[in-house]
Design a protein around this ligand. Structure first.
Ligand SMILES: [Zn+2]
Length: 286
């Protein structure tokens, strides 16, 4: 079933689990993600990244496919615009059928971030679309190292931001960063920051950069108030490895078989992450 992300995340917030949001850029990737969610009866979010949509397949073609796949699934499926950085693009996306968007103005100064998100929330209302924003310096982390305390989300600022903008979900910065780390490297999370932000903001909180976070960090994050985990890099990697293995094993492989092989690889990877979210079985409970 196709559902708006806002209600899905509110339920996760009420019951203390997280929804996995996975970056997809093709019909095959969307199919493999939904298939994993169905196997363990988890609600799921298809995250369509603005840069993928601009650089690969436009959302005008992917949105109808995503909505059709969602309608035909027996688990709740939301479709979200990931890291919408250009407000005009985000407005077009809402007008074009997205029921959930991320308006990421986190690289702007605080006041500008706040004004951009507040305006976007007002724009989204008549469409019934939910809005995720980001507060903190996660995007500015160099080499996976937090070098400055100001990179972490400030709990008081988060409370004011949520109240003033009316945003539905907030991505925060307490130790994760985008992409992957060298093998074996696990980033240090400031769980005190997460707890303080949750106490003040109370709305669904989002962790970006799930791929490089480490399993224990993710489990603890869910316990302390994260309700959406974004994951992209590991999923893309699983698809690339599947293509590599297939081509090495059979260089003359048919293109359909090559692409089809990625479905199982993608599904397996998503299942690993779903097991960390606490969302398994939740598709049947509300
Ligand atoms: Zn992100």
């Amino acid at each position: 079933m196709y559902v708006p992300m806002g209600a899905m995340l509110n339920r996760a917030n009420d019951h203390g689990y997280a929804i996995l949001a996975v970056n997809a850029l093709s019909i095959e990737t969307m199919m493999s993600i939904i298939s994993a969610a169905e196997q363990v009866r988890s609600p799921i979010i298809i995250d369509l990244y603005q840069e993928h949509l601009r650089g690969h397949v436009d959302f005008r073609y992917l949105i109808p496919a995503a909505i059709q796949l969602a309608h035909e699934s027996f688990v709740p499926v939301a479709v979200n615009l990931d890291h919408g950085k250009d407000p005009d693009y985000v407005r077009r996306a809402i007008h074009g059928g997205f029921l959930s968007v991320m308006m990421d103005a986190s690289e702007s100064p605080y006041e500008q971030n706040l004004a951009t998100v507040r305006d976007l929330v007002q724009f989204a209302k008549p469409y019934g679309a939910s809005v995720e924003a980001e507060l903190g310096g996660m995007g500015a982390v160099a080499g996976g190292q937090f070098t400055d305390d100001s990179m972490f989300t400030d709990p008081d600022q988060a409370e004011a931001f949520v109240t003033t903008t009316g945003v539905d979900a907030l991505a925060i910065s307490y130790g994760s960063s985008h992409g992957t780390f060298p093998d074996g490297y696990v980033p240090e999370f400031r769980f005190d920051v997460l707890e303080a932000v949750k106490r003040k903001a109370r709305i669904p909180l989002v962790l970006h950069g799930g791929s490089g976070s480490g399993e224990e960090n993710l489990r603890t994050s869910v316990k302390l108030g994260i309700n959406k985990i974004n994951m992209g890099a590991d999923f893309m990697r699983a698809n690339v490895l599947s293509l590599q293995h297939s081509l090495v094993a059979a260089p003359d492989i048919e293109y359909m078989d090559l692409l089809h092989g990625t479905l199982a690889a993608g599904t397996d990877l998503v299942l690993r992450y779903l097991s960390l979210t606490g969302s398994e079985g939740e598709a049947n409970r509300g």
